[in-house]
Write a protein that binds this ligand. Structure first.
Ligand code: ZN
Length: 349
């Protein structure tokens, strides 16, 4: 089959790899219907994370189950399934505590699982899914082609934006500022509105992203950053800062922006994968009673909750995809995102 392999920085190839095979009894083979490129895939692409040897890449996909192992009970051949960006059993103590990203038996796409089988990367034609009963969520009924992008966001970005909002404790009537206008930041706006926030401030400098942010529920746009941006947020929030601030970038600057845009007693929900060394300034947090909560989003636990709203069209996170390419053009997908010609690229095998 064909799958995407990263060989080095800026060297993405779609090449022939071995077909996946069932090996544990608890696994499944999924034919990928759609996958996509994640902002975090750009780190190895840009060489920020070194690529020591060629390896498979891609961790967001949806598809149709082609085979299941003898022990698989919840998932069947023919099911349309959503895979979170990691493998988990959805049953161990960490999974039951809502932290399935720390699953005691879990793992990551594009690497060996704990029993020695290979879990393929998502940017390919097929994937062997370990712990299929825990990892996968089957979508009820028929899936129309135009529903695929929305369902694919439940693999990562929609669940991650939701995690930011949940971690910050967003509730009815809250004011929320969102730092970051990538796919996760845009999904965090959807999540904030869904949870009842009434003032939603999108911090964005890009006109197309500002427009989408408004469609998703942003009531205000702040294009400025730094001190000017903080003042602009305060002016919209009784002069004190937002109740909840969702940090969706992961840099030192974005974390600083988030903390300083939060009102005394407020909470930052952070889901931007830390990159470039953000550290928490404990004294200012102490002085202003600001909490910081969040981390790598345990999206598996959010799929069932968010799925009905995606299927009904009540939320439309699939609109974050602004470019669709065939899998064979994966290299162009990375380049388009790297050069910010696209917010998020959907790949179809
Ligand atoms: Zn687990």
């Amino acid at each position: 089959m064909l799958a995407t392999v990263i060989h080095a920085a800026r060297d993405i190839r779609v090449e022939s790899v071995p077909d996946p095979e069932l090996s544990t009894g608890g696994d499944a083979i999924v034919r990928v219907v759609a996958s996509c490129v994640c902002g975090s895939d750009l780190w190895p692409y840009r060489g920020i994370t070194p690529t020591r040897e060629p390896h498979r890449i891609g961790h967001e996909f949806v598809g149709v189950v082609e085979e299941v192992g003898d022990d698989v009970e919840r998932i069947g051949v023919g099911d349309f399934v959503i895979a979170p960006f990691y493998v988990c059993d959805n049953s161990c103590i960490n999974c039951r505590n809502g932290v399935s990203t720390s699953c005691l038996h879990g793992g990551w796409w594009g690497s060996d699982d704990r029993l020695g089988g290979f879990a393929d990367g998502g940017q390919g034609e097929r994937v062997r899914v370990p712990l299929a009963d825990g990892t996968l969520v089957a979508v009820p009924g028929e899936v129309a082609d135009d529903q695929v992008p929305g369902l694919l966001t439940l693999s990562d970005v929609m669940g991650t934006g939701h995690h930011a909002a949940v971690s910050a404790g967003v509730g009815p009537g809250d004011s929320v500022a969102v730092v970051g206008d990538g796919a996760v930041g845009l999904c965090a706006i959807i999540a904030a509105r869904r949870l009842g926030a009434t003032t939603i401030i999108a911090m964005s400098r890009h006109p197309e992203r500002q427009a989408l942010a408004r469609d998703f529920g942003a009531t205000h746009i702040v294009a400025e950053r730094g001190e000017v941006g903080i003042k602009a947020v305060q002016e919209l929030t009784h002069g004190i800062g937002a109740d909840r601030v969702l940090e969706c970038v992961g840099t030192k600057e974005s974390m600083d922006q988030a903390i300083r845009s939060t009102r005394p007693g407020g909470m930052v929900g952070y889901v931007g994968a830390p990159n470039g060394g953000p550290e928490l300034p404990v004294r200012p947090l102490f002085n202003r009673n600001i909490g910081v909560n969040g981390g790598v989003a345990p999206v598996r636990g959010y799929i069932e909750e968010l799925l009905p709203d995606v299927l009904s069209g009540a939320i439309q996170p699939g609109r974050v995809f602004d470019l669709e390419l065939p899998l064979a053009e994966a290299a162009e997908a990375y380049a388009a995102m790297d050069e910010r010609r696209a917010v998020k690229v959907l790949l179809r095998p």
